[in-house]
Design a protein around this ligand. Sequence first.
Ligand SMILES: [Zn+2]
Length: 93
Amino acid sequence: MKTGIHPQYYDECQVTCACGHTFVTGSTVPKIKVEICAACHPFFTGQAKFVDSEGRIERFERKRKAAAALRQKKKKVFKKKADKKKKKADKKK
Ligand SMILES: [Zn+2]
């Protein structure tokens, strides 16, 4: 090995997951923090779990609710317009 060009190597790097699971590996850093690991990833657990660390799902749900409310509003407006047209048509008769 050439001297002076290789980083410090840690044989016992502690990897800590957000789920609490820890394991030891080799790395150039002494400690690693991860959000997901083999103990809690849905691929390995077989359970449905959303990997959402930035609140994207929450934001999407909020937008969906707002869109649904808007749709309801529009429906009411259309219904009012349709009722008016009907009334006009009835008057002509
Ligand atoms: Zn984990």
